[in-house]
Design a protein around this ligand. Structure first.
Ligand SMILES: [Zn+2]
Length: 238
C-alpha cells in the first residue's frame, strides 16, 4: 500500500520515500506525491534520485492501493532511500485546469441543473461533457460569465473527508452515474467554498484566483442530450 501524499497536499513538489518493491522497470514506494492518473487527470511525471543515480518517472500504474512508478533509466534497489521530484509546471497546469472544471461543473449545475457525463484534463486544456440538450451561444456565454465571476471572487478550495453515510445522504456528486466502490468507508470531498462540493480524488489549486480566467474555445454535440465544452485558461501574468 502506498501513502498518497497528494491527497492532503497538492502543492508537495518533492518528497523522500523508500523503495518497497521493484518489477522490471517499475518501482513502488512507501509514499509518493506522484498522481497515478485516473478521474480524467493525467499521471504525473518527474524524477527519482538516490546517491549517485537519477532516473525519469515517465508513467504511473495503479494496482489496487499500490502505485507503480515506471522508470526510464536506472532502477533503484528495494530498500533504497529515494528523493522524488515532480515536473511541477506540468502538474500545476493540471491542478489549475482541474479546479477550473470544478467551477465549470458548479456553474452548469446552477444555471441548467445539468450533470457531468465525462471529461478529460490536459496540462494545457480540458474538456467536460454534460447531460444537456441545448447549448447555444447565449448559454455558453452565461456559463463562461458565471465561471469567471466565481474564479475572480477568490474562493478557497478545501479538501475534507466524510463518511460513506454522509456522502450517500448528501449532494456531493455532479456525476450522472456515480458508483462508489464497495468497501470505501471514507470519501474525499473537494469544496469550492460557498459554491460547490464534489467527491474527488485529484489535485487542485488552493484558491479559484489561481485559475485566473477561463475561455470556452469549442462546443461539440456528442449525442442527443450530451454536449461537450472545451476550455483554455489564461496564464498567470497574461
Ligand atoms: Zn475532479
Amino acid at each position: 500500500m502506498t501513502e498518497l501524499l497528494y491527497l492532503t497536499d497538492s502543492y508537495l513538489r518533492e518528497f523522500d520515500a523508500t523503495v518497497t518493491a521493484v518489477d522490471g522497470r517499475a518501482g513502488t514506494l512507501d509514499r509518493t506525491a506522484f498522481y497515478p492518473g485516473g478521474g480524467g487527470l493525467p499521471a504525473d511525471t518527474g524524477r527519482l534520485t538516490w546517491p549517485g543515480e537519477e532516473t525519469r518517472v515517465t508513467e504511473m500504474r495503479r494496482d489496487g492501493s499500490t502505485v507503480w512508478h515506471v522508470l526510464d533509466g536506472p532502477v533503484p534497489p528495494v530498500g533504497a532511500a529515494v528523493h522524488g521530484v515532480l515536473d511541477w509546471d506540468r502538474r500545476y497546469g493540471v491542478m489549475r485546469y482541474h479546479s477550473a472544471l470544478h467551477v465549470l461543473v458548479g456553474a452548469v449545475y446552477r444555471l441548467f441543473n445539468a450533470l457531468v457525463t465525462g471529461g478529460q484534463i490536459y496540462p494545457d486544456r480540458a474538456r467536460m461533457d454534460f447531460a444537456l440538450e441545448d447549448l447555444n451561444k447565449e448559454r455558453v456565454a452565461a456559463i463562461e460569465a458565471e465561471a469567471n465571476r466565481v474564479i475572480g471572487e477568490g474562493h478557497r478550495i478545501l479538501v475534507r473527508f466524510v463518511s460513506r453515510e454522509e456522502f450517500e445522504t448528501s449532494d456531493l456528486t455532479r456525476l450522472a452515474k456515480d458508483l462508489l466502490p464497495a468497501g470505501i468507508t471514507e470519501v474525499r470531498v473537494v469544496e469550492i467554498e460557498d459554491y460547490d462540493a464534489q467527491a474527488d480524488g485529484g489535485t487542485h489549486v488552493a484558491n479559484t484566483n489561481e485559475i485566473v480566467r477561463l475561455r470556452v474555445t469549442k462546443t461539440e454535440n456528442k449525442g442527443k442530450s450530451n454536449r461537450r465544452l472545451e476550455i483554455v485558461l489564461e496564464d498567470p501574468g497574461d
